[in-house]
Ligand binder design. Structure first.
Ligand SMILES: NC(=O)c1ccc[n+]([C@@H]2O[C@H](COP(=O)([O-])OP(=O)(O)OC[C@H]3O[C@@H](n4cnc5c(N)ncnc54)[C@H](OP(=O)(O)O)[C@@H]3O)[C@@H](O)[C@H]2O)c1
Length: 301
């Protein structure tokens, strides 16, 4: 079966935009779904923006008509800082939003789904981001549509909002602030490697109805990651650690704001340690994962 038209929900975001560009290289006609498709819609090459809000089931069915492959890489604006008063929460957007997308995909007879979940998603996890991912994954698995689910660890790349934030601190401040001890262990994954995995999975029978952990090839502490970044930037700056409890106490009053810039929950999110097992994804998809120092080449440019 030849799959020709792909729609990336979240295709204007960090991961989704990389996935969309990669699928164009694979020969797909790629639609990028956005809540803001009307505002300055672009039609560059084979990338076209189409309107869609995961909270609008009826509109989604219309948007998904004629789509062969649905790639889901959506999260609420400003994640991981939830804003319940604005309806910007994990459960509403990532959880229920994915349930809606999958329901629309069934009606529109989409042939394949790729869902970007998150490392550590498994039954019994209580944090709101995991609860939402569990709901979303279940909807994908129960859809009857052939699927592949990826559970990536921390993803970095030229447009990410986490490592680039540290890079911005390193350019502007005499030190780099780090929440917690800096000993949190992470497997940083280059966004291009995730895009490779998605592209390969779409052409490989072994990846149908599979759920894969995927992380970078190294397990590094947060301090090691930031020092590798500093080396790539050619800078030397000390790291300044703030204890998690102090950070949480400092940001707790911000949650009284309708749109808080940070929250205690976001502190827990950034300090999360969820090791991933790359064995199955490497076995089935034959990927080459970039070590961090090589993946950060873009910082030297
Ligand atoms: N970044 C990481 O390190 C990482 C690691 C593991 C897993 N993930 C997962 O990967 C996914 C993508 O993450 P990201 O960092 O690329 O996110 P991002 O850059 O914040 O992009 C979020 C996307 O979601 C879309 N969106 C938000 N609300 C929407 C709505 N109501 N309806 C339709 N689209 C909506 C946005 O599109 P518009 O604003 O144009 O509508 C945007 O394209 C998330 O599910 C995340 O949990 C990320």
């Amino acid at each position: 079966m030849e799959l020709q038209r792909a729609l990336v929900a979240g295709g204007t975001g960090f991961i989704g935009s990389h996935l969309a560009r990669r699928l164009v290289l694979e020969g797909y006609e790629v639609l990028i779904m956005s809540r803001h498709a009307g505002e300055g819609s672009s039609a560059a090459g084979s990338l076209r923006r189409v309107p869609g809000d995961v909270l609008d089931l009826k509109g989604l069915v219309k948007t998904l008509r004629g789509v062969d492959v649905l790639v889901i890489a959506v999260q609420f604006p400003g994640a991981p800082v939830e804003k319940p008063r604005l309806g910007q929460t994990y459960m509403r957007v990532d959880g229920q939003g994915t349930v809606n997308l999958v329901a629309a995909a069934k009606t529109a007879e989409v042939k394949r789904i790729v869902y970007i979940s998150g490392a550590g998603t498994r039954p019994g996890q209580r944090a709101p981001w995991f609860q939402a991912k569990l709901v979303a994954e279940e909807a994908v698995r129960e859809s009857g549509i052939p699927y592949t689910i990826f559970r990536p660890s921390w993803v970095y790349g030229p447009e990410d909002r986490s490592l680039n934030q540290f890079a911005a601190f390193a350019r502007r401040l005499p030190f780099v602030p780090v929440i917690g001890s800096g000993r949190t262990r992470v497997q940083p994954l280059l966004v291009d490697d995730l895009a490779d995995a998605v592209a390969i999975a779409l052409g490989r029978e072994a990846a149908v109805n599979q759920t894969y952990d995927i992380g970078g090839p190294q397990t590094l502490t947060m301090d090691e990651i930031i020092r590798t970044m500093l080396t790539a930037m050619g800078r030397h700056k000390p790291l300044l650690h703030t204890p998690a409890w102090l950070m949480k106490a400092a940001v707790a009053p911000l949650t009284l704001l309708p749109s808080p810039p940070f929250s205690p929950g976001a502190v827990d999110f950034v300090l999360m340690e969820e090791p991933v097992d790359n064995g199955p994804v490497l076995h089935d998809l034959g990927l080459t994962l970039q070590p961090l120092a090589r993946g950060l080449d873009y910082l030297q440019a």
